[in-house]
Design a protein around this ligand. Structure first.
Ligand SMILES: Cc1ncc(COP(=O)(O)O)c(C=O)c1O
Length: 408
């Protein structure tokens, strides 16, 4: 491994990694669900409550000014992280789920007519399916689905054929949480834009594993959740092109999203504040900013290279166990490895691994349609972060061999 990448030094910065579960060293391989938090993030949240605790945007006193400056500087920090051109293109949400719902409600809903289409893929997380289903039902529109091949890759010809003059938006996962597939989103955005169709990218599983440059991607919307990139829960980001945000109707009504209120007429604030009604998750925003500082210090390119080698090692080791079948074997994958074992339910595998200290996810990963595509109801998913090691992959393999013995 590169000289720059000292995994033990990185591990030492994550207090939760240093513990035993069921008397065994914790091997945390459920990072696609949520990552552990470095001390720097815990400290940032704590510092807010210990020194700067105050509401934002509404106080003349010093604490409120400090909190407001820290909150708005974090917006600029996130703009830089995503390579957006304007911090007013960064909207804070509760997470990816809320960001997608916001776009569905405020951007697509006013434009969608009966018979129009929303285009998603087979490998979407439920949060990028259900908001569109609700909307299509309400508007008499049609949800269209891009098929995937047996490796778990988007079928690009079919995608192109599905882009029509009725398509109102393409909403697509950048990296699949269930399969680990990295989609060719740059190319897919181009194809949609050639037909004048806007594109939302769900980056929940991409942001932790790769450099994301929204300017280069040229996507219209990009979403992610802080908790999957070493930040706190309950906070996430919607990037939206300024011209779109300006024309979007409010999402929720309340404080902060208005310019003036009377019983006769209320006028709305400019984006991004128009979409941030009520007291925001201030400590979450500060924690997210600290998380991105942490990630940048290690270097996303270093992280991506390291994790890629871990994923290759894990894939080869797991594949070599007789009776195990990978679910999704795309040429380009990041972060996660999904598999099933002959004759053993994934929940049983997850439970036995847990007794060995190995935390994996067993289930449908909030992506039931892609499970159905592969003819399974659930898989075991091992997902990786910058702090995982080869020794942990060995522990996973030992645990899987133990499962085979138990179910012999
Ligand atoms: C690809 C993908 N999209 C969306 C989500 C939803 O994220 P959140 O629950 O943080 O809103 C997840 C979470 O697992 C995900 O993996």
């Amino acid at each position: 491994m590169s000289d720059h990448f000292d995994v033990q030094a990185i591990r030492a910065k994550f207090p939760a990694l240093d513990q035993q579960v069921h008397g065994k060293e914790l091997v945390y391989l459920d990072n696609a669900a949520t990552t552990q938090k470095p001390q720097a993030v815990i400290d940032a949240v704590r510092a807010f409550y210990e020194r700067d605790c105050s509401n934002v945007h509404r106080g003349v006193h010093l604490l409120s000014q400090r909190a407001t400056i820290a909150y708005e500087s974090s917006r600029t920090r996130i703009k830089e992280f995503l390579h957006a051109s304007d911090s007013r293109e960064i909207v804070f949400t509760r997470g990816t789920t809320e960001a997608i719902n916001l776009v569905a409600h405020s951007f697509v809903r006013p434009r969608l007519k009966p018979g129009d289409e929303v285009l998603i893929s087979t490998m979407e997380h439920h949060s990028n399916i259900v908001p569109w289903q609700l909307l299509c039902e309400e508007k008499g529109a049609v949800l269209k689905v891009i098929p995937i091949n047996d490796r778990g890759e988007i079928m690009l010809d079919e995608y192109e054929a599905l882009l029509s003059e009725r398509t109102c938006i393409v909403a697509l996962v950048h990296v699949s949480n269930a399969l680990g597939t990295v989609n060719p989103v740059r190319h897919m955005v181009d194809l949609a834009h050639n037909k004048g169709i806007p594109v939302l990218l769900d980056g929940a599983q991409a942001v932790p594993h790769s450099v994301v440059n929204v300017a280069e991607l040229d996507c219209d919307f990009y979403t992610f959740s802080a908790h999957k990139v070493y930040g706190p829960t309950g906070i996430g980001v919607l990037f939206g092109k300024r011209e779109h945000l300006l024309e979007m109707v409010p999402y929720q009504g309340g404080g902060d999203m208005i310019l003036s209120v009377s019983f006769e007429k209320t006028t709305y604030n400019e984006p991004p504040h128009r979409f941030e009604a009520g007291t925001p998750n201030i400590e979450g925003v500060l924690g997210l900013s600290a998380a991105l500082d942490f990630v940048d210090e290690v270097g996303l390119e270093n992280i991506a290279t390291y994790e890629h080698s871990l994923l290759e090692e894990a894939t080869a080791a797991v594949k070599a166990i007789p009776g195990i079948r990978l679910v999704g074997d795309a040429k380009e994958r990041a972060g996660a490895l999904s598999f099933v074992m002959d004759g053993v339910h994934p929940h049983d595998i997850g439970t036995i691994l847990d007794t060995e200290g190995v935390a994996v996810r067993a289930g449908h990963h909030c992506a039931q349609p892609v499970m159905a595509r592969f003819g399974v109801s659930a898989t075991v998913r091992a997902s990786f972060a910058m702090y995982n090691t080869s020794e942990e992959i060995a522990a996973l393999v030992r645990g899987l061999n133990m499962v085979k013995e138990v179910f012999g």
